[in-house]
Design a binder for this molecule. Structure first.
Ligand SMILES: NC(=O)c1ccc[n+]([C@@H]2O[C@H](COP(=O)([O-])OP(=O)(O)OC[C@H]3O[C@@H](n4cnc5c(N)ncnc54)[C@H](O)[C@@H]3O)[C@@H](O)[C@H]2O)c1
Length: 263
């Protein structure tokens, strides 16, 4: 009966499966991170939203609060290890611990064949998309250990599994995220910390603005479902991996890709 009395948000009965859980979402001010933060909040988690863009982060926090959820924004560049340590410490102080982390912040980078990529362009993508995930995990693992365990969800990509022309730094970083996820899952399997990665196909978010409009129809067509995915479709998988429903799942890489990798 208590379940039936739960509030209904966005037309979905709030499951409260994550009530009293504290979640951290990087890049939570837009796209997949925003949808993940909202899904976690709808499930009852208190959500710390970290982003370089505080306009986006504050907007998402305001929308979660309006819906009766709990959230707070934190300014953060995930390529800055020291800053991540400070934000994780602030979250532990503000909310009392950490149980869920969605390491989602990412950038696209310059589009050019490998021989024409610059070291600076390479470093920029690796520093956010790979170093950033490592730096976050390093601090999250300490905080989750102090909180009695948790679940880390790293946002990889289908390009963590296969190549793609003109995006070598991005492809290398996402393959690295998949490997980092597996290594940490092995290390912390008995410590109550699960670590998984998610591999979205091409998802309709601001990130795809780097691609010309005419390229998007062609990209949709290389997915067997012949469309781009939505952020909510990725967030549903993130929520599952963050929740106790996935209690025996760790070290995995899970595509959410409209069949892209099946080809
Ligand atoms: N959209 C896609 O097609 C797609 C496909 C596969 C994987 N992904 C991955 O999903 C994640 C989210 O992408 P999205 O499509 O939602 O993009 P997005 O551009 O909509 O959102 C990314 C968010 O990350 C933030 N961000 C960027 N650099 C940051 C930094 N250094 N520190 C903190 N925050 C930072 C941005 O401000 C933004 O709010 C990325 O890791 C991306 O690689 C996206």
């Amino acid at each position: 009966m208590e379940h039936l009395a739960s509030p209904i948000f966005r037309g979905v009965l709030m499951s409260e499966v994550l009530i009293r859980k504290i979640a951290f979402v990087t890049g939570g001010g837009s796209g997949i991170g925003e949808a993940s933060a909202k899904a976690l909040a709808d499930a009852g988690a208190s959500v710390a939203i970290a982003d370089v863009d505080m306009v986006g982060a504050d907007r998402v926090v305001a929308e979660i609060l309006e819906n009766g959820g709990i959230a707070k924004s934190y300014k953060l560049d995930v390529s800055d290890d020291l800053a991540i340590g400070a934000v994780i410490a602030a979250i532990e102080k503000d909310f009392g611990g950490l149980h869920i982390a969605v390491n989602n912040a990412g950038i696209g980078g310059d589009l050019a064949p490998t021989g024409e990529q610059t070291p600076a362009g390479w470093r920029k993508v690796i520093s956010v998309n790979l170093d950033g995930v490592f730096y976050c995990m390093r601090h999250e693992i300490g905080a989750m250990t102090r909180s009695g365990g948790g679940s880390i969800v790293n946002m990889a990509s289908i390009l963590g599994e296969v190549g793609f022309a003109n995006s070598s730094a991005y492809v290398a970083a996402k393959h690295g995220v998949v490997g980092l996820t597996k290594a940490a899952a092995i290390e912390y399997g008995t410590a109550g910390i699960r670590v998984n990665s998610v591999g979205p196909g091409f998802i309709s978010t601001p990130l795809l603005k780097i691609l010309p409009e005419e390229a998007l129809a062609g990209i949709a067509a290389i997915h067997p479902m012949n469309r781009l995915g939505t952020s909510a479709e990725v967030a549903a998988l993130v929520l599952f991996l963050a929740s106790p429903d996935s209690s025996f799942i760790t070290g995995g890489y899970y595509p959410v890709d409209g069949g892209y990798l099946a080809k």
